[in-house]
Each structure stands twice: as structure tokens, then as C-alpha cells.
Design a protein around this ligand. Structure first.
Ligand code: CS2
Length: 477
């Protein structure tokens, strides 16, 4: 099926290296870049992007260079395809390919105004809202600050290069699914700077802003089916293209230090307080995603759309959102949460995306706290029940055991993989998991109601299986 082509018309020659994006993977290509591209088409301007990856992905950047930075984004749902050519990338940089000096020099460029981040939850290296000084990457970066390997080390050395060059402050904008992501990146960067260069820390506090943002668009890793869809829609292959859903949302705290790119003209909302939006999206969309990912994978479901074909899983995801997540949310005047939940179920039914349950289950130890444990803590404080959230936690524990209910292998990609696997295989898995402080803070782990509820959910899931447990809950309602 050929797609409608949305062509952005703006002058690429006018673009300058004003935005440095760290973590230029699928999500950034299909989210931030679409906002920027749409905004440039409306307002014009010079906001070009230097696309950076820090670890893997050097080849993907080189492939993008071969296409002069241009690639397609195919927005697809069950009935419609639209395709857009993105032109705002003007250069790429990878420390492994170009040398760390080349990356740090980008910070000392007078044109640079904004660093945007999609470095995933684990890239922040924080615990309890502060930089985790025991993190191996942070320790290494503090020992050899001139050759940083973590994103935090790169940001601090980059800002140091900027200060040395006598340049002004910039904005650092987090686009990761973390609550108060602006505060977290500010804490990580200033804690790091304080430990190696207190004057720099003071300069950062005075000249750099860290607005928070809520990002939303479902953008799975590319699959062979995705590439086939692109070739078909475009009439030719594009190895750099990305498939995503049509829906997109970006709510950004309006706190830019050195000019604001045309994100609002591209459809973003600029607000004073982004927290209620973040909380809603993290608990409803991402909470339901993690729930479906673990329980669905255990029940043998390959993708989120497959989960939606199972009536019990679909009802459970909706029940989780409306019954156990909505009551925990701060008020968001004018937002219809029932409509939001229905829209999420419809988005999850998108069959074009092939969004794998095992992909969403990746890095569960970094996701479960804000998506599932924070609302559980709310219920414990308010004396209300949380049966589905408890099943979500138990499902994540069983997932870490490494096999689905039919005995097929499940991949465990997680920075705590070894600890999780040991806990899952111990004699008392619930106790072993609750002892993992990086996931379960002591007051939660020691709450007797939490422990009893979790033990019950774990027992039932491991004995009866996902579908039987959820069907039993349906029957009782
Ligand atoms: C997903 C998110 O993989 C995951 O953890 O829950 O990437 C999700 O698709 C996006 O946050 C949607 O905005």
C-alpha cells in the first residue's frame, strides 16, 4: 500500500548545529525529530540537529550520513499510513568512531543551545533522586574525567569545555520516561560536577536549565516487517526509516536557557508544570505496558497487539488503568482519564507495530518502580486494594526466571539481570526480590500488607498461570 507523503518544506541550508541529541535511536527519530521537522516547516529557522549515540549504533549513524542525514518516518495504524521525510539532522557523532574529543568539542560550539536526551532510564545513574556514586560507570568517569563513557560524564565534561570557551549556558532537556526527569538530570549533572569541579557546579546552577518533559509515541525497534512496510509505502527501501504509531504527544516545561526551538509550532505543549502529565502517562500507558509485557510474555504472547486479542488481558489492562492507576493520579483539569484509557487500548491494538512484549520487558528493574511500585505505595497509604498491580510485580519476578509458561526461553536484558535471575531461582523468590534495595525501598519491602499481597499474587500466578488467574478475577466481579 502506498502512503500519503507529508513533505516538510524548509531551507536545510539554513540549519546550524544548535541541538545535540544524545541517544539518537528509534524513539528520537520518530518523536523529537518529527516535532522539530514539523515546527521548522511552519516557522523556518536554524535549529539543526547533531545526532549522537554513545555506545552501540555507530553503524546506524554512518548509514544516516550516507543519506545526508535524511530518513523517513512511517506513521502506521490498522487503517492508514502516512510517511514524512525528516531533514533536520545535519551531522552525526559517535565517540567510538570519531573520538571523545570530537563530541566534547560540539559543546564548545557557539551555536549550541540545547542538548536533548533519550538515554533510557538506566542512563541517569541515579538512586533516590541523587547520582549513584557507586555506579561503575560514574566511578570510572570520576577517575578519568577527560574520557567520559556515561552520558552524565559527557554532559559535565561538555559543559566544562563550554565554560572554558567563555560561552553562555544552554538547556538540557530530558525526553526519557522518568518521573521528574528534569530534576533527575539536574541532580545527576550537578552531583557529578560538585565532586570534580565545584566552580563548574556553581556555573551550571546559574546558567543551565533542565526542563522536564513528558514524551509519548509508541516506536518499537525496527523489524523486517517494518522495513517491508516502508519499501512498499515508499516504492523503495530506506534503511534509516522508522515505523511508529500516528499518535504523538510532548509536554515540555517552558524553561529554555538559550532560545526555544519551534517545538510548539510542531505540536508540543509548553507548560509551567509537567509533573501531572508525566505521572498520568507513566502510570497509565507505561504501567499497562509493563504489566502486559511481563504477563503477556509469560502467557506466550509475542506482541502487545497479540495481548489485546486475548479478552482477559485486554480487560485486565483496562482494569489496571481505571481501577488501580487513575485513583493515584494528581488532578489534571480538563483531561478525560476514561477517554485516555480507551484511547490507550485502541493504540495497543495497532497491529502494524509488532511491539514485542520482550522488548518492553527490557530493563524492568529500571521501570517497575515508577510504573507499578509508586502507585502501590499510594494504595498502601490510602488503605485501598491493588490486586492487578501486585500481579504486575509478581509477573515481572516470574519473567526474570527466564521461561514462559510453556517452557520457552524469555530474554532477560537488564542492568540487574544477574541479581534478578538469582532471586527468581532462590528458594524464596519473593523474599529475595524484596531484598533488592535498588528496586524496593525498605519501607515498601517491609510493609506487611505489601508482602502478603505480593506472596499471594506470586503463588497464584506460578501455580495457575496468567490466563486462569485473570479469568478468576473477572468471574468474581
Ligand atoms: C515502553 C515505552 O518499552 C517501554 O518501556 O513502555 O517505550 C512506550 O512505548 C513509550 O513510552 C510510549 O510513549
Amino acid at each position: 500500500m502506498r502512503a500519503e507523503l507529508a513533505q516538510a518544506g524548509y531551507d536545510r541550508a539554513a540549519l546550524r548545529p544548535r541541538i545535540l541529541h544524545l541517544g539518537f535511536g528509534a524513539f528520537a527519530r520518530a518523536h523529537l525529530m518529527v516535532y522539530l521537522d514539523s515546527g521548522l516547516a511552519v516557522e523556518g529557522g536554524d535549529w539543526g540537529v547533531v545526532a549522537v549515540r554513545l555506545n552501540t549504533g555507530a553503524e546506524a549513524l554512518t548509514a544516516l550520513d550516507s543519506a545526508a542525514g535524511q530518513y523517513h518516518v512511517l506513521q502506521a495504524d490498522n487503517t492508514r499510513l502516512t510517511i514524512r521525510k525528516i531533514g533536520a539532522v545535519i551531522a552525526t557523532c559517535h565517540p567510538g568512531r570519531d573520538g571523545i574529543g570530537a563530541l566534547l568539542a560540539r559543546f564548545a560550539d557557539p551555536d549550541l543551545s540545547l542538548v536533548t536526551l533519550t538515554i533510557t532510564e538506566k542512563g541517569y545513574c541515579v538512586g533516590d533522586g541523587r547520582l549513584n556514586m557507586d555506579h561503575a560507570g560514574i566511578k570510572a568517569d570520576l577517575e578519568t574525567p577527560d574520557t567520559p563513557g556515561t552520558a552524565i560524564g559527557v554532559l559535565v565534561r561538555g559543559l566544562a569545555a563550554r565554560l572554558r570557551a567563555g560561552l553562555g549556558g544552554i538547556t538540557i532537556l530530558s525526553c526519557d520516561n522518568l518521573p521528574e526527569n528534569g530534576h533527575l538530570i539536574r541532580a545527576a549533572v550537578t552531583d557529578f560536577a560538585r565532586s570534580c569541579d565545584p566552580d563548574l557546579a556553581v556555573w551550571i546552577e546559574q546558567h543551565v536549565t533542565f526542563p522536564g518533559s513528558m514524551v509519548d509515541r509508541i516506536v518499537p525497534a525496527m523489524t523486517p516487517e517494518g522495513h517491508a512496510l516502508i519499501s512498499d509505502a515508499l516504492g523503495a527501501p530506506d534503511p534509516n526509516a522508522i515505523v511508529c504509531e500516528p499518535f504523538r504527544q510532548w509536554v515540555i516545561e517552558d524553561d529554555f536557557a538559550a532560545g526555544t526551538p519551534p517545538f510548539a509550532a510542531g505540536g508540543a505543549q509548553l507548560v509551567q508544570d509537567v509533573r501531572p502529565f508525566e505521572e498520568m502517562k507513566l502510570r497509565m500507558l507505561n504501567g499497562a505496558h509493563s504489566f502486559l509485557a511481563c504477563l503477556g510474555a509469560l502467557a506466550g504472547q509475542d506482541t502487545i497487539a497479540d495481548c489485546m486479542d486475548q479478552p482477559v488481558l485486554k480487560r485486565a489492562a483496562h482494569g489496571l488503568m481505571m481501577g488501580e492507576q487513575v485513583p493515584t493520579l494528581s488532578s489534571l483539569p480538563g483531561v478525560d482519564l476514561a477517554g485516555y484509557a480507551d484511547a490507550l487500548i485502541a493504540r495497543f491494538q495497532n497491529r502494524r507495530l509488532n511491539h514485542r512484549t520482550t522488548q518492553i520487558a527490557t530493563d524492568g528493574s529500571q521501570k517497575i518502580p515508577q510504573r507499578i511500585l509508586a502507585p502501590i505505595t499510594w494504595h498502601l497509604r490510602h488503605g485501598s486494594d491493588f490486586p492487578l498491580l501486585a500481579l504486575g510485580v509478581a509477573g515481572w519476578m516470574l519473567y526474570a526466571g527466564g521461561a514462559d509458561e510453556a517452557g520457552n526461553d524469555l530474554p532477560l536484558n537488564d542492568p540487574l539481570a544477574e541479581t534478578l535471575r538469582m532471586a527468581a531461582r532462590s528458594d524464596d523468590p519473593v523474599a529475595a526480590f524484596l531484598a533488592i534495595r535498588a528496586v524496593f525501598p525498605a519501607p515498601l519491602a517491609m510493609d506487611p500488607i505489601f508482602e502478603t499481597t505480593l506472596r499471594d499474587a506470586y503463588e497464584r500466578l506460578s501455580k495457575q498461570g496468567v490466563i486462569a488467574v485473570l479469568s478468576g478475577m473477572d468471574a468474581r466481579q
